[in-house]
Design a binder for this molecule. Structure first.
Ligand SMILES: NC(=O)c1ccc[n+]([C@@H]2O[C@H](COP(=O)([O-])OP(=O)(O)OC[C@H]3O[C@@H](n4cnc5c(N)ncnc54)[C@H](O)[C@@H]3O)[C@@H](O)[C@H]2O)c1
Length: 254
């Protein structure tokens, strides 16, 4: 009987989207430590290159996941250069559209669904035919899809709930080829880049509110989310598919 080493990604080629900061950047670091070759992508190459400069076996590149043609040729390029593609970590996402003076709620809704759901679908669709046997697609939902929370925008909840449907449907369609498709659903997970964007005191206040309602009485960390991603990406998880793994310290039970 063969025993798998959970989290061993040696020889694997991994694409991470939205990798210049926050959870995505942490995923890159942890995947690299696990032995993978990582293609770290974000909107601007300079940013993702600077952020990943001290991480081994990483290639930084620009990739706007909303640009379907760019996504397709980028993935073909990875296979041509690295010889294979094993795992795609669809991390890019968020509640966008509020800072550019956008006030039309439907336009905001469209932008948020476009980024979190439509563009993620585009990446999965482009990657699927190129994935090596035993390949994995990992999507990023959110605990806010499972539990009421006042200050989370409707568009974000709707888009991230769509990600769960997308995960299940892709798992069904790709299972025959041995490809597993799962999502992680982080709870509130503060990180350095968030403190750069949102006032630090506000992040502290949000953390306090989250921790109060969690079963585990500490703040979530990027490593908590990356550990789940690493598990789903690694050997030993190839019989798990169509699942959503909540990583929220028990903020939600379902
Ligand atoms: N941090 C949390 O509390 C939390 C909780 C639940 C879910 N999530 C989800 O986890 C993921 C990462 O969260 P985060 O807090 O690190 O976010 P973040 O906003 O700090 O980082 C997101 C990254 O995605 C990139 N990005 C944005 N649009 C892109 C595009 N069109 N193409 C490529 N890259 C793009 C950004 O440049 C940024 O580097 C997101 O999908 C988010 O919705 C985060």
């Amino acid at each position: 009987m063969t025993h798998h080493t959970i989290g061993d990604l040696s020889g694997r080629v991994v694409l991470v989207t939205g990798a210049a900061r926050g959870l995505g950047l942490n995923h890159v670091r942890r995947m690299s430590e696990a032995g993978a070759t990582v293609v770290a992508t974000d909107l601007h190459e300079a940013e993702v290159a600077a952020a990943t400069v001290d991480i081994a076996n990483v290639r930084a590149a620009a990739l706007d996941i909303r640009d379907t043609d760019a996504v397709r040729s980028h993935i073909e390029g990875i296979v041509a250069t690295e010889g294979r593609l094993d795992v795609v970590v669809n991390n890019a996402g968020g509640a966008v559209g509020y800072t550019g003076g956008e006030t039309d709620p439907v336009a905001i809704f469209r932008a948020v669904v476009e980024l979190n759901l439509v563009a993620t679908y585009g990446v999965c669709l482009a990657a699927a035919p190129h994935l090596a046997p035993g390949g994995r697609l990992i999507l990023t939902s959110s605990s806010t899809t499972f539990r009421h929370s006042f200050d989370v925008p409707v568009s974000y909840v709707a888009a991230k709930t769509g990600v769960i449907g997308l995960t299940r449907a892709l798992a069904r369609d790709l299972g025959e080829r041995g490809i597993a498709v799962n999502a992680v659903a982080p709870g509130f997970t503060p990180h350095d880049a968030m403190r750069g964007r949102v006032q630090s005191e506000r992040v502290d206040a949000m953390t306090e509110v989250a921790v109060r309602d969690q079963a585990i009485k500490r703040s979530g960390t990027p490593d908590d989310i990356s550990s789940a991603v690493l598990f789903l990406a690694g050997p030993g998880a190839d019989f798990i598919t169509g699942q959503v793994l909540l990583v929220d310290g028990g903020w939600t039970f379902h």
